[in-house]
Design a protein. Sequence first.
Length: 374
Amino acid sequence: MTILTPLEAARTAPSPARAAVLQAVSGVARDELAPLVRAIDAEGLYPESVMRAFGRAGAFRHHLPRLGETFDLRTTIDAMSRAGELCLSTAFCMWCQSALGWYIYNSDNASLHETLGPQVATGEVLGGTGLSNPMKTLFGIETLKLKATRADSGYVVRGALPWVSNIGPEAWFAIVFEREDGARVMAVIHGSGEGVKLTANDHFVALEGTRTFGVQLRDAFVPDAQVLADPIDGYIPKIRAGFILLQAGMAFGMIQGCIDLMEQVKPQLGHVNKHLPDQPEDFAERLAAMKAEVYALCETPHDLSREYFLRVIRARLAAGDEAVAAAHNAMLHCGARGYVTGGDAQRRLREAYFVAIVTPATKQLRKMLADLSA
Ligand SMILES: Cc1cc2nc3c(=O)[nH]c(=O)nc-3n(C[C@H](O)[C@H](O)[C@H](O)COP(=O)(O)OP(=O)(O)OC[C@H]3O[C@@H](n4cnc5c(N)ncnc54)[C@H](O)[C@@H]3O)c2cc1C
């Protein structure tokens, strides 16, 4: 009998079926995440054991092309949403992890599919994505912060990124840097690689439990083996829709969590809350419509057409707007019980703005719509 290493087992194991993934993720969310939610928010606790358990449950692998028999963004989105119903910090960490896997398996670097890829897919290795600055650069908002010079079998990279989440000295994350000739390269880099310094300077009004670091690269060496795309021109269109669509999991979870809060206070406060213009049923109806559109878009994440990308942008914009509106209404419905420091509604309100400011932020999405429609 052949004995498989854990890595080989992860690579060859059939992906748990969609229903099994969602059932397992819901169980972990209820039993392990729910008790931590306040500490994640107030103390910046990073829910590492929960992330590992989600990984084992299959939450980070269904959307990965070339891995096993499934290729289904919806399961990954729905798993993220189950966590997001309780905690946006955790849902965002799940997105970071899922985005890293998405980059690896969309790359033509076959050796990463065999080495780092399976470890990211199972949550054995945690990681994230420093693509906010490149995504803003590609749409004419910023300039690229990382620059590189060519060296023997790799690149030497300098520069700094203000925030990268779900990382640490043991993690891997994706970066984009500019070559001396102006072409851009995307690669993965390790949190304690030579020349890599992680700093924890900022504190946030929410999302504190996301292990978010500033990243300084001081002549950090990136070997060719870690390159995802060089140059990135043909690769970015392949990953951009999935990058955006996967974020729907954060929004859907937030909206559902806020609907639940509004429903919870109905027995005591329904007689007066019914006069508020927005009711949980309204949000539920719009959420169902948004899900239908996102799931339809998830069928063809590699569609490169302008029309398809415009639909993706509109869906993401609606998800951000609706997440903020749902959290605002959860606060109005819950009243003072949501306004105390341990109240869920005030936490959800602080968290919800993150959906609207994480790249691509609402303002970037509106610029993209304006530019693409011009
Ligand atoms: C909790 C948290 C986690 C994040 N995680 C990630 C991640 O994992 N990966 C990733 O790539 N990005 C991450 N970001 C960045 C995020 O995606 C957005 O880019 C960011 O929220 C700002 O986007 P914006 O489009 O609103 O830009 P704006 O805020 O309008 O502008 C951003 C620019 O302003 C600069 N800037 C912003 N704040 C300050 C400040 N206090 N002092 C000086 N300069 C400042 C930035 O350097 C940047 O160049 C994170 C942000 C937050 C708040």
